[in-house]
Design a protein around this ligand. Structure first.
Ligand SMILES: [Zn+2]
Length: 527
């Protein structure tokens, strides 16, 4: 699955409020893919952005009594701040109202579809959900309400531009069933095929400028209309690459040759836009399709639906500041299933971090480094054959990278972290089984065989810690750097053991107790 160029995008959220933990999920998943592919030698571009031209932004700004521009700028800042807060390796960010690359690209895109004969004007009457920014057919509503927002849509009658979506049902179906456009998980692929088979109707792609309060990009040649915000927003994936403004980035990342990939991550609520509208727009304008669409489910917070506007979603930047980036990333990657919703609570995040990062991983690294100091004066014994009983650990270390990659190829982040986590698990089991402190005692009592075995045991354990530093780097970059720091000798000796994770819960039992009374260090620094 390695490829010359891989372009990874996240959806660009409305900035009608501050970001919530649900959006952090998508960013962290994209970041893990980007980091992992870079480590494998791919050339990767990780693209993010904000969707500024939403009617929702206009309404939220009016409610807050602030100008739209000021309101959008302020919230966009909060989204951009997620980059450092979550240790994201975003290569580029586009803001649809601010970025000079965007509008010319949207206009070119529009023109290309017009030239293909796919845009026409029509009077339209329908039920509109401002939350979704889309018209709904009565059959699509649940009890007369928007299935996404559970609000009653407005009756809207206006003359708009329409896009000939109906023309693309067969080509779309073909692209999806042939695997040219891969949609994961399979349930989402079936959902899209069902949408297509249910009949695709042309959709409205402009709004009267007055209803949008003048906010948005005017339709080329028709100043009374602004381009529908979804059309505008979807274009970001190519306008960010210079579609419409020139430059080689578009050719390299979107119109790349065979083997290059365009991976798009999104939530289930915007599936229709990304897996039906967007590919149809690309086909109409003569552009390549994405190669992969991965759809994540939703997070709830404390059992309740997360929504930016209700303020019920935990703020990922605040969580990272309070509990550390590692804890937030680890929860998102370790607990959110590939299919199905997951419920976030701070307590669950803390429990997961304390159990696995502080007690499992942190304690392991600490014990091993402490033992190397205590028994070998900080010098890691040279390579030895794998000691009896260490085969499973050795296998976990050697297989972690390939297993993690196999899982990531299926967008299964939980499975990928499990492959890496197996190293820590096996290593802790191995320590408890071989009891290195007893080998050290026997060595002191003159048993040379025990000394040789201790060398081999410390060697394989040190190898496990080094492997963790290496294999975790895409998932927990900050923590991985600390683990690697502990495993990097200076002047032939390891640095003294110091905790690589702090426990987050004050009630948590000290890690040294959890690991059992031993002579080998626990969290106690080696001497
Ligand atoms: Zn809605």
């Amino acid at each position: 699955m390695t490829s010359p160029h891989t372009y990874i995008t996240t959806t660009i959220p409305y900035v009608n409020a501050r970001p919530h933990i649900g959006f952090a999920l998508e960013l962290v998943q994209a970041d893990v893919l980007a980091r992992f592919l870079r480590l494998r030698g791919d050339r990767v571009r990780f693209q993010a952005g904000t969707d500024d031209h939403s009617l929702k932004n206009v309404l939220a700004a009016q409610a807050a009594g602030v100008g739209v521009r000021e309101f959008v700028d302020r919230n966009a800042e909060a989204f951009l701040a997620l980059g450092p807060a979550l240790s994201l390796t975003v290569d580029d960010v586009i803001r649809t109202s601010r970025d000079r690359r965007h509008r010319p690209g949207v206009e070119r895109f529009w023109q290309a579809c017009a030239d293909a004969g796919d845009l026409y004007r029509k009077r339209y009457e329908g039920l509109y959900c401002t939350g979704c920014e889309q018209f709904y057919a009565p059959a699509e509503l649940r009890g007369g309400r928007c299935p996404e927002h559970e609000t009653e849509p407005q009756q809207v009658a206006e003359e708009n531009w329409f896009f000939r979506l109906s023309r693309y049902a067969q080509p779309l179906r073909q692209a999806i069933t042939s695997g040219e456009l891969r949609i994961e998980p399979a349930g989402r692929r079936r959902e899209v095929l069902a949408l297509i088979d249910g009949g695709l109707e042309d959709f409205s792609v402009s709004r009267p400028a007055e209803r949008a309060d003048g906010w948005g990009i005017p339709v080329p040649g028709d100043a009374g209309q602004v381009i529908y915000v979804w059309w505008d927003a979807l274009c970001n994936y190519v306008t960010a690459l210079g579609y419409g403004t020139g430059g080689g980035a578009y050719r390299r990342w979107w119109a790349g040759g065979p083997g290059s990939r365009r991976i798009q991550l999104l939530g289930k609520g915007v599936l229709r836009f990304h897996a039906v509208y967007w590919p149809a727009m690309l086909l109409s304008s003569g552009q390549p399709l994405p190669t992969d669409i991965f759809v994540h489910d939703y997070l709830t917070a404390g059992g309740r639906k997360i929504s930016k506007s209700s303020g019920s979603g935990a703020d990922p930047a605040a969580l990272a500041a309070a509990y550390g980036t590692d804890a937030v990333r680890w929860w998102l990657l370790r607990e959110v299933p590939r299919v199905g919703d997951a419920d976030f609570t701070v307590e669950r995040m803390i429990a997961r971090a304390d159990d696995e990062l502080a007690n499992g991983l942190g304690n392991l690294v600490n014990r091993v480094v402490a033992m190397v100091h205590r028994y070998r004066d900080g010098r890691v014994p040279g390579p030895r054959p794998v000691p009896a009983g260490g085969e499973d650990l050795d296998a976990a270390c050697r297989q972690a990278g390939d297993r993690a990659w196999a899982a990531l190829a299926e967008f299964d982040f939980r499975q990928a972290t499990a492959a890496v986590w197996a190293i820590a698990d096996e290593a802790n089991r191995f320590i408890n089984r071989v009891r290195p402190w007893e080998l050290a005692r026997a060595e002191r009592d003159g048993d040379a065989g025990a000394g040789r075995r201790l060398d081999a045991v410390l060697g394989v354990l040190f190898g496990a810690c080094s492997a963790l530093g290496r294999e975790l780097s895409a998932f927990l970059p900050d923590a991985a750097a600390r683990v690697t720091g502990q495993c990097t000798p200076d002047g032939g000796r390891l640095p003294l053991a110091s905790p690589v994770f702090r426990r987050l819960s004050p009630e948590a039992r000290p890690a040294a107790e959890v690991s059992g009374a031993d002579d080998g260090g626990g969290q106690a620094p080696g001497r």
